[in-house]
Design a protein around this ligand. Structure first.
Ligand SMILES: *Cc1c(COP(=O)(O)O)cnc(C)c1O
Length: 354
């Protein structure tokens, strides 16, 4: 890894909020730690990051983030093991993806050293904030946006990269009922669907609200061309189990290349589970639900890890999935979290000690 010339400066918060936090009742992403990492892009270069007290930032009203939406983010977690060790899971994959997103939105790419040294320094300072309760973790939100100014529709000349941390409880999605989308699209060919760009999520909120009004919790997005193939859900990739085969759609420029998705594919192969990466038509899902070969459907992403789908709606009809207690979803979730929390061997070399 390249290293930074200057070391990261730390401005300590005058008081800590940690004693005000009820670590036994954490929700997801609503409590923030004492410090944040801030890194500025100015005069054509990324400056050395700084650690500052967590708090509001000031932006000029003409900052391009507000007008042209140059804004991207990542989502990752730090996990605490039984002896207090703190671990990351495949952090370089997040750095690489951040830069793929940056490139697509004409944002300057961030050097590996700024990302990794910044992240590790911040986590070492905040390690007491990594919760210990089962299933809980420190959610890490790196993000980058155009702070440079001007009403001209062109890329900004200044950017900010920030990492904020949120101690979070286990993410229980409960029984998720999803709607297979037939009208709206999340992403289009040649578009920005593969980037973790803020605007992709803004565009999902309204169709998701319509689905919620009809009694669903999430939308399964289909291809923008024909709405015939299932692609992904909210901020999760989708897996379908037909008989004993675990199937997921290939990534393309409409689908986000999830780190959980690819880790699950590797773990499944290691467990001897037959996997297929291919297009999944809605017709096939409906047919297999009708004839009983559809055994499981689940979403996969950093926040929930694996989120089992209990039912789906399509063309005004709902289809229930069978109740399986020890299916692939449970097995794969256990295997991946055992690696994340340092409870099992890590044959893939995915864990990263902070
Ligand atoms: C973040 C995200 C995922 C999951 O990616 P992970 O790296 O597994 O967290 C999947 N789809 C979308 C649209 C996402 O934003």
């Amino acid at each position: 890894m390249d290293t930074m010339v200057n070391t990261i400066s730390v401005e300590k918060a005058t008081t800590s909020k940690i004693h005000d936090v009820d670590f036994d009742n954490l929700s997801f992403g609503n409590t923030y730690t004492d410090h944040m990492l801030v890194c500025d892009f100015k005069n054509g270069t990324w400056n050395t990051p700084k650690i500052l007290p967590y708090g509001p930032i000031t932006l000029d009203p003409s900052s391009k983030i507000f007008h042209y939406g140059q804004s991207i983010f990542e989502g990752m977690k730090a996990y605490k093991d039984d002896s207090g060790g703190v671990w990351l899971f495949r952090p370089l994959e997040n750095w690489k993806r951040l830069n793929r997103s940056a490139k697509r939105l004409a944002i300057p790419e961030l050097p590996e050293s700024h990302f990794m040294e910044g992240l590790v320094s911040l986590l070492q300072l905040e390690k007491d904030w990594v919760p210990k309760n089962p299933g809980s973790s420190l959610y890490i939100r790196p993000f980058m946006f155009a702070s440079g100014t001007g009403f001209h529709a062109s890329p900004a000349d200044e950017y900010k990269f920030i990492i904020a941390l949120a101690p979070s409880g286990a993410y229980f999605s409960g029984k998720v009922k999803v709607k297979i989308e037939e009208t709206y699209s999340r992403a289009a060919n040649g578009g920005v669907g593969y980037a973790k760009a803020g605007g992709n999520y803004a565009g999902q909120f309204y169709p998701t609200q319509l689905a919620v009004e009809k009694g669903y919790q999430q939308v399964i997005w289909t291809d923008d061309n024909e709405h015939k193939y299932i692609e992904e859900a909210g901020a999760m990739n989708v897996f379908v189990r037909i008989n004993d085969v675990l199937v997921t759609a290939p990534t393309n420029d409409r689908i986000l290349d999830g780190i959980t998705r690819k880790s699950i594919l590797d773990i499944a192969k290691g467990e001897g589970i037959p996997t297929e990466i291919r297009k999944i038509s809605v017709d096939e899902v409906v047919e297999s639900a009708k004839n009983g070969s559809l055994k499981e459907m689940f979403g996969a992403g950093t926040a929930a890890v694996v989120s089992p789908i209990a039912a789906f709606g399509y063309q005004q009809k709902d289809y229930e999935l069978p109740e399986i207690s020890n299916g692939y979803a449970t097995l794969l979730k256990n295997r991946i979290t055992d690696i994340q929390y340092n409870r099992a061997d890590d044959p893939y070399g995915w864990r990263y000690k902070v």
